[in-house]
Design a protein around this ligand. Structure first.
Ligand code: AMP
Length: 216
């Protein structure tokens, strides 16, 4: 099964993708995580992506499509994947369509996590992640079960994203509405779009996701 998660920053795409990855053996493909690794390793791509990421704007389509194309050829993608953060523009969606067709693959569902804009700043500025496995937590809504220990891998180091600030979230939200929201119609017209109310509790969002997955 191949899925795409769409939704503004802070909608919970990463959190839910991680849960679905564990429950269904699908691999989570987060372009944000991939880019942050490139930035940390100071690769050529990382150096190109650093400034746009810090400003909350998108990195060029061809760069990001190239990393996804390469990633899809790795053997762990054969069992299916959840795309988290890609595609984000119509050009990326077209590129994804071509990539999948070339590989004899197709998309089973595109799932939009809907959240009120007013809730997003609080969600984004309170979040942190495990430095080892990147599982996401939140100061208020989703703390580790044992304080200071990652529920998923037992890691004890956490970090906060430098772009999770109140100012940058506004830029990221604007990019979402301008560049990514058109994909809702794009996939709606293709009969692939499902919507889930992501204002609910994390577990209720997961339950709704499971229903969608079972229905496709
Ligand atoms: P995310 O972790 O998905 O919130 O992404 C963090 C940042 O990485 C974004 O604000 C963009 O600068 C960049 N980024 C991630 N995915 C993409 C993409 N598909 N296209 C362009 N830029 C991206």
């Amino acid at each position: 099964m191949n899925l795409v998660f769409l939704g503004p920053p802070g909608a919970g795409k990463g959190t839910q993708a991680h849960r679905i990855e564990k429950a269904h053996g699908l691999v989570q493909l987060s372009t944000g995580d991939m880019l942050r690794a490139h930035v940390a390793n100071e690769t050529e791509l990382g150096n190109l992506a650093k400034v746009p990421m810090e400003r909350g704007i998108l990195v060029p389509d061809d760069l990001i499509s190239a990393i996804i194309a390469e990633r899809l050829d790795q053997p762990d993608c054969a069992n299916g994947f959840v795309l988290d953060g890609f595609p984000r523009t119509t050009q990326q969606a077209n590129a994804l369509g071509v990539m999948l067709e070339k590989r004899g693959l197709s998309m089973d569902a595109v799932i939009e996590l809907t959240v009120d804009d007013a809730a997003l700043a609080k969600r984004v500025t309170g979040r942190f992640q495990c430095a080892n496995c990147q599982v996401a937590y939140h100061d208020e809504f989703n703390r580790p079960k044992v304080e200071g220990v990652c529920d998923s891998c037992g890691g004890t180091e956490f970090n906060r994203r430098s772009d999770d600030t109140a100012e940058t979230v506004m830029a990221r939200l604007e990019q979402y509405h301008k560049q990514t929201a058109p994909l809702l119609d794009y996939y709606g017209e293709r009969g692939l779009l499902h919507r889930i109310d992501a204002m609910q509790d994390i577990d209720d969002v997961t339950a709704d996701l499971e229903n969608v997955i079972n229905s496709v």
